[in-house]
Design a protein around this ligand. Structure first.
Ligand SMILES: Nc1ncnc2c1ncn2[C@@H]1O[C@H](COP(=O)(O)OP(=O)(O)O)[C@@H](O)[C@H]1O
Ligand SMILES: [Mg+2]
Length: 276
């Protein structure tokens, strides 16, 4: 029998309450009957315009938000059955805004070592050594290890966030628009870094973007969302070359007019010490 998917969602729907204190409670349906799964070694790109429910879906995958309906399995077991600590070992995230996700006053090396400290892995020296290795893995030059997060550029911060996310060797990495707040040239470096790490570590990755060109660059499979529904899902080549849903075709047409990011990505491999 095949191993269960790293993460599997079945029939996920979500309603947000809206309209404040009115007696007639209104609800907004942000997700409708979403099912998908991602296995080790796969990157699922989730694409769709702003407001279609991508972040809601990632919050549900991370257990930060409880879905109104549906089930989530991590390696075949319900997400609810894992403790927070167990979940953190299995599933980590990189968010859009590296300015709000890192404490500006903390040193880079301590930010990356923090998950190891929380999970009581190794002694102080071993944790610092492991954090230094992780910083190297994401291409941060050694001179920045002792810098405060506030002193870093957006791209450098996102490298720190990625190193921290990898500290516990998660099996699933969920990236919600991790490059959307960065300059185009830096976006390409971070995308290539994620691609390289995913391939090297063989993890299951979920990569959310409003830009199909970005998703196409690093996803093995693509899920297209529109207004809270998953309208099409296929392996990347099939989706690009034989799209079935009209909305996918619309996204493809607009992605073709946005070649800048992927051209950068194709031309610039990140090398340690040149992180920007
Ligand atoms: N806490 C909330 N309360 C009410 N509506 C919300 C809340 N969070 C998100 N929404 C709405 O749900 C929809 C999906 O939002 P979101 O998941 O953030 O989309 P995306 O990440 O694709 O831009 C949007 O219409 C948004 O306004
Ligand atoms: Mg979002």
């Amino acid at each position: 029998m095949n191993a269960p998917a790293a993460i599997g969602l079945t029939g996920i729907s979500h309603h947000y309450p809206v309209g404040g204190g009115s007696l007639r409670r209104r609800r907004f349906q942000a997700l409708r009957d979403v099912s998908l799964s991602v296995s080790a070694g796969q990157t699922l790109g989730i694409v769709g315009e702003s407001g279609c429910g991508k972040t809601t879906l990632t919050k549900i995958m991370l257990g930060l938000l409880r879905a109104s309906e549906g089930t989530i399995l991590l390696k075949g077991r319900p997400l609810d059955g894992y403790s927070r600590m167990e979940r953190a070992r299995l599933l980590q995230a990189v968010f859009q805004d590296p300015y709000s996700s890192l404490n500006p006053n903390r040193r880079v090396i301590d930010i990356v070592a923090q998950p190891l400290l929380i999970h009581r892995l190794g002694d102080a020296r071993a944790r610092q050594a492991r954090a230094a290795t992780l910083c190297g893995l994401v291409g941060l030059p050694e001179r920045l290890f002792d810098a405060r997060a506030a002193q870093l550029s957006g791209g450098q911060r996102q490298r720190v966030a990625i190193a921290r996310a990898l500290a516990l060797e998660p099996e699933i990495l969920i990236c919600d628009e991790p490059t959307s707040a960065l300059d185009v040239s830096v976006q390409a470096q971070i995308l290539n870094l994620l691609l390289e790490l995913q391939q090297r570590l063989g993890i299951a990755m979920v990569f959310v973007s409003h830009n199909l060109a970005v998703v196409e660059h690093l996803a093995t499979h693509v899920a297209v969302m529109q207004a809270g529904e998953l309208v099409e899902m296929a392996d990347t080549q099939t989706l690009i070359h034989a799209p079935r849903h009209p909305y996918t075709r619309t996204l493809l047409n607009s992605a073709l007019s946005l070649p800048a990011i992927t051209e950068h990505a194709a031309g610039s491999a990140p090398t340690p010490g040149t992180a920007s």
